[in-house]
Design a protein around this ligand. Structure first.
Ligand code: C2E
Ligand code: CA
Ligand code: CA
Ligand code: CA
Length: 276
């Protein structure tokens, strides 16, 4: 029994150590990622649920590390947030996304994810102004996506910061709705333009989960009465798109209408449409 315990211990410790070591190495590489131009953006279309026309693109960050290869945002964004590297990375994302959007038709908007670390920086609104000014993008074409987690931290600072960017003409979307903090009070206080229904509910509804269907219906009804629109995330098939349209979501995002793509491919989407 003694030996077994020893073996168990030996096989457990190295993996724990490997995780901490991997994280340390990723953090080290991430510190240089921006200057080495390893960070880039891909763009995923969001369509009108009725007409299926592209109304916006969500900018999604990618890291192609020379040392580690492609690292998913699910892995490196949390590290970037812990180390506050998300602040310079987020600023770059904002500037790059605005620049790229100026190449699209004027009715097409761009959505940029904003981490709480960025939002709580005192000069967040100035960073948005700089991105708009440098690119020449009309503020009304920029949407910022935030998650409910901002309200856990400091609701009044979050609200003040969002009101500053809304005063510029930008809109704000509430991302990943339903999976986090569950108090709805803040929905009355902040004029979100859009509530993004998390993919887990869309997948649940597609599998006939009564709970997921009820939640989507409730979110749509609530958004309607608050004069907000809804975007369903993670729609992967024609059947799911039809279900979501019937449930009354305003917009749809998901692999069925387009995977995140390179900027040039996003641009081709319009070139092709125009030539048709
Ligand atoms: P998110 O903001 O909820 O972004 C949507 C994620 O769902 C993206 O993953 C997208 O590729 C994925 N997705 C879209 N449609 C489908 C679908 O039909 N099926 C499935 N299975 N997945 C779909 P991605 O690009 O890996 O990003 C993951 C998360 O990383 C994002 O979730 C967001 O929280 C964060 N993130 C991405 N880019 C940025 C950024 O520029 N800044 C910050 N702060 N966070 C970012
Ligand atoms: Ca998002
Ligand atoms: Ca989301
Ligand atoms: Ca999500």
């Amino acid at each position: 029994a003694k030996d077994d315990g020893g073996n168990e211990h030996r096989s457990y410790e190295p993996s724990l150590h490997a995780n901490a070591e991997e994280r340390r190495q990723l953090e080290f590489a991430l510190r240089q990622a921006l200057e080495k131009s390893e960070i880039e953006l891909v763009y995923q279309p969001v369509v009108d649920s009725r007409t299926e026309a592209v109304v916006s693109f969500e900018a999604l960050v990618r890291w192609n590390s020379a040392h580690h290869g492609p690292v998913s945002p699910g892995k490196f964004v949390p590290i970037a947030e812990d180390t506050r590297l998300i602040v310079p990375i987020g600023t770059w994302v904002l500037e790059q996304a605005c620049r790229e959007a100026t190449r699209w038709p004027e009715h097409v908007r761009v959505a940029v994810n904003v981490s709480p670390e960025q939002l709580f920086e005192p000069d967040f609104a100035s960073a948005v102004v700089r991105a708009l000014t440098a690119s020449g993008l009309d503020a009304r074409r920029l949407e910022l996506e935030v998650t409910e987690s901002i309200f856990l931290r400091d609701p009044s600072v979050a609200r003040a910061s969002l009101e500053q960017v809304m005063a510029l003409g930008c809109t704000v979307a509430l991302d990943d709705f339903g999976i986090g903090y569950s108090s709805l009070g803040y929905l009355r206080k902040i004029s979100f333009s859009t509530i993004k229904v998390d993919r887990s509910f869309v997948q649940g509804a597609a599998q006939n989960s009564a709970e997921s269907l009820a939640i989507i219906r409730a979110v749509v009804a609530m958004a309607d009465s608050l004069e907000m629109t809804t975007t369903a995330e993670g729609v992967e098939s024609a059947e799911e798109a039809e279900l979501i349209r019937k449930l009354g979501c305003t917009k749809i995002q998901g692999y069925y209408f387009g995977r995140p793509m390179q900027a040039d491919d996003a641009l081709k989407l319009f070139r092709r449409r125009r030539a048709d």
